[in-house]
Design a protein around this ligand. Structure first.
Ligand code: GLC
Length: 605
C-alpha cells in the first residue's frame, strides 16, 4: 500500500500545533506496519535553515494555477523508513512563520496544486493521499479536476483527516478562478460553497473517499451543531464515510525513563525521580518548595475553546484549595492579561509563563501532579496523554479525545486514570479539582495507584496506524493486513482445492495468498476489507471493487527538462543549472515573462 501524506506542518521540521505531532509520528508508524509512505510538506524558511544541509534536490517543475505559472522545486530526505518531500517556492514559503499571512489561501492553494503536479516526480504513484485540514483540502478537488482529463488520477483515493473543524479555509467565491484555478461549477453546484463563502474544507469533506476525525468521540460530535462550526449537516451527509481514529503519541520520545530533557528520570516502578522533578519545577517557576502540596498545571494555547473561561470564573476558589498552579502558554490577550494579573495575587503559589516553550513544558509534565484541560471542545488533545505518561494525572472535560483517553476515578472500585466532568460549568470543574487535590493530600496511596494506572496507558501509534491502514484498505479495495504467504504445499492440486470450491471462492488471493511483496498486484478481494471499530458504515462491496486502483509502475523522478510543461517558455535553454541547494539566497534567473510569481529558490550547484 502506497500512502502519500500531505501536511502543512510536521515535527521535527516545523510546528504550530498538534497536527505537527501527528504528522511527525503517524507516517513512520504506518511504515513500521509495512506500508510504503511518503510525506509532502512546504519548504518553509525554518526547514531550510535547520535541515537544508540534509535535503537532496531532486528536480523542479512548474505549477499552473489560474493565470499563474509558478516554479516548484522538489527536495527530499529519508527518515525512519519514510521519504519526506519538500516543495520549494521561496515567494510563498520563505517567510518567518508558517501561517498568518493575507495570501495564505494562495499559498496553500499553490501547495495543494503542487502536490498533485509533482506526483510524476515522486518515487511512487500513491494509492491513497491523506490530506490534513484546510491547507491541503484542495488536493481531492484538484485530483477530480485532473481525473476528468487523465485516467491515471482516477486511481488515487483520498482521505481527509480533520484535526479541528474550526479552521475551514473560507474565502470570497470571487477568488475561485483567480486564486485556485477552478471552474465556477465547483461553487455553483455547492461543493465548495458554504454560507455564501468558498469553503475549502467542505469541498474536501464531500470529495474525499473517507473522512477521519482524530478521535471516535470527535467523529460523533462533528454531527452536532455545538461542535461542528456550521458543518454538521455536511458531516451527517457524509456519515457513511466518517471514521474516528484516536491519535497516539510518540511513546519513545515521551518516556520519563529516558527523556534527557527532564531533571531526573523516573518510571512507574521507581517514582523517586518525580519528586526531584517537582522540586526542580517549583524552583524554576518561583513556587514555594512544598513537596506535599499538589501542583496543578495548564500547558495550552490560551484560546477560548480550551475552556479557560471556566478557570477565570473560579480561579479564586481554586486558589483557596491547598494547591499550587502553573500556567504555560500564549494566545489571546484577554487570557494573557488575566493570568498575568492572577499570578501576582498568589506569589509563591501560582506561576505563569506567557510563552511557547518545549523545554519548560517537559519540566511541567514531569514535575506537576495534576494536569488541567477543561476544553470546551478538543478534537483529540495530545497533552493529556503526554501528562499521563509522566505520571501527571489529568483533570478534563468529557469531550472529543479527552473523553476517549481519560476515564474517571472511581474510589469504590479503585479504577480510572484521571478526573473528568461533563458539563461546561465552572462549578463542576471546581468540584473535580477539589476531589483530585484532596485525594492527593488525604489518600496518597490511592493517588499513587491512580497515577500508576495513568502511566500504564498505551497511547502508542501502532494501534492507530492499524486503524488508518484499514481505512486506506477500505477505500482502495486492497487487502490489509497483507496475508502471510502460505507455505507451498507438496500435495496435488486436486487435494488442495476441494471440488466443491466454486469459482467465486477461488479468487487468487483466497486460494493462495501471494508473498507480501507481490500481493498488491493481486486483484482485490470481493469482500471489502475489515472496517475499524469506529466505522459508521462500510463502503458497499461493489463500490469497493469498482474503485480498485489501476496499478502503475512507480515512476522515477524525471529530469526537469522531460517533465517541464509545454507552457514553459525556454526549457531547453535551461540545462544543468537545476541542481539547487536549499539555504541559498540566490534567485534563479528565469526567462523573462515566463511567470509572474515564482519561487526564487536556488543557487546553482
Ligand atoms: C488539533 C486539535 C487537537 C488534536 C491535534 C492533532 O490541534 O485541536 O485536539 O490533538 O489537532 O490531531
Amino acid at each position: 500500500m502506497k500512502i502519500l501524506y500531505a501536511t502543512s506542518e510536521a515535527v521535527p521540521f516545523c510546528k504550530t500545533g498538534g497536527l505537527a505531532d501527528v504528522a511527525g509520528s503517524l507516517p513512520s508508524a504506518l511504515a513500521a506496519e509495512g506500508a510504503e509512505v511518503a510525506v509532502v510538506l512546504p519548504l518553509y524558511r525554518r526547514v531550510r535553515e535547520r535541515f537544508g544541509s540534509q535535503l537532496t534536490f531532486l528536480c523542479y517543475d512548474y505549477v499552473n494555477l489560474g493565470w499563474r505559472h509558478v516554479y516548484c522545486g522538489l527536495f527530499s530526505l529519508e527518515k525512519d523508513g519514510v521519504t519526506w518531500y519538500f516543495l520549494d517556492n521561496e515567494q510563498y514559503f520563505d517567510r518567518p512563520d508558517l501561517y498568518g499571512y493575507m495570501d495564505d489561501g494562495e499559498r496553500f492553494g499553490f501547495f495543494s496544486r503542487a502536490v498533485v503536479r509533482m506526483l510524476d516526480h515522486l518515487k511512487f504513484w500513491p494509492d491513497v493521499i491523506n490530506c490534513n485540514d484546510w491547507q491541503t483540502a484542495l488536493v481531492p478537488i484538484y485530483l477530480k479536476d485532473d481525473g476528468v482529463r487523465e485516467e491515471r488520477f482516477r486511481s488515487i483515493r483520498t482521505t481527509l483527516t480533520v484535526h479541528n473543524i474550526e479552521y475551514q479555509g473560507r474565502y470570497n467565491p470571487y477568488v475561485l478562478g483567480d486564486l485556485f484555478g477552478l471552474d465556477a461549477g465547483w461553487v455553483e453546484d455547492g461543493t465548495l460553497l458554504m454560507d455564501g463563502d468558498l469553503n475549502l474544507l467542505k469541498g474536501a469533506i464531500l470529495c474525499a473517499d473517507a473522512v477521519n476525525a482524530v478521535s471516535p468521540t470527535y467523529a460523533n460530535e462533528l454531527k452536532m451543531a455545538y461542535f461542528a462550526h456550521r458543518m454538521e449537516s455536511v458531516m451527517r451527509q457524509c456519515e457513511y464515510k466518517l471514521y474516528g481514529v484516536l491519535n497516539g503519541i510518540d511513546m519513545d520520545r515521551y518516556d520519563p525513563k529516558k527523556d534527557p530533557s527532564i531533571a531526573v528520570s523516573f518510571s512507574a516502578e521507581d517514582m523517586a525521580g518525580k519528586d526531584v522533578c517537582k522540586a526542580h519545577l517549583q524552583r524554576l517557576m518561583g513556587l514555594r518548595e512544598e513537596p506535599h502540596v499538589p501542583i496543578v498545571a495548564i500547558v495550552s494555547r490560551l484560546v477560548s475553546h480550551k475552556g479557560l473561561d471556566l478557570i477565570c470564573e473560579v480561579l479564586h476558589d481554586m486558589m483557596k484549595l491547598p494547591m499550587q498552579l502553573v500556567v504555560l502558554g500564549k494566545g489571546d490577550k484577554k487570557y494573557e492579561e488575566f493570568f498575568h494579573w492572577a499570578a501576582q495575587q498568589y506569589p509563591g503559589r501560582m506561576a505563569v509563563r506567557l510563552d511557547y516553550n518545549e523545554e519548560l513544558s517537559m519540566a511541567i509534565y514531569a514535575g506537576a501532579d495534576l494536569f488541567l484541560m477543561p476544553s470546551k471542545s478538543e478534537p483529540c488533545g495530545l497533552s493529556q496523554m503526554i501528562a499521563m505518561r509522566y505520571g501527571t494525572v489529568p483533570i478534563v472535560r468529557e469531550t472529543g479525545g479527552l473523553k476517549d483517553t481519560v476515564h474517571p476515578y472511581e474510589a469504590w472500585r479503585d479504577a480510572g486514570n484521571g478526573f473528568t466532568f461533563a458539563n461546561y460549568a465552572s462549578n463542576d470543574m471546581l468540584h473535580v479539582i477539589r476531589e483530585a487535590v484532596f485525594l492527593y493530600k488525604d489518600f496518597p496511596d490511592a493517588f499513587s495507584r491512580l497515577r500508576k494506572r495513568a502511566m500504564a496507558c498505551d497511547f502508542s501509534w501502532a494501534r492507530s496506524a492499524g486503524e488508518y491502514l484499514r481505512i486506506y484498505a477500505s477505500v482502495t479495495g486492497q487487502v490489509w493486513p497483507v496475508p502471510e504467504a502460505a507455505p507451498v504445499e507438496e500435495t496435488p492440486a486436486a487435494e488442495a482445492v476441494p471440488e466443491e470450491t466454486s469459482s467465486e471462492a477461488s479468487s487468487p488471493a483466497e486460494e493462495a495468498p501471494a508473498p507480501a511483496e507481490t500481493v498488491e498486484e493481486v486483484r482485490p478481494f470481493e469482500e471489502p476489507a475489515p472496517a475499524p471499530e469506529t466505522v459508521q458504515e462500510t463502503v458497499p462491496a461493489e463500490e469497493t471493487v469498482k474503485k480498485a486502483p489501476a496499478r502503475r509502475t512507480a515512476k522515477k523522478a524525471v529530469p526537469a527538462e522531460e517533465a517541464a510543461p509545454a507552457k514553459t517558455s525556454a526549457p531547453a535553454a535551461e540545462p544543468k543549472k537545476r541542481g539547487r541547494k536549499p539555504g541559498s539566497k540566490n534567485t534563479a534567473k528565469k526567462a523573462a515573462g515566463e511567470t509572474k510569481k515564482k519561487g526564487t529558490a536556488a543557487k546553482e550547484k
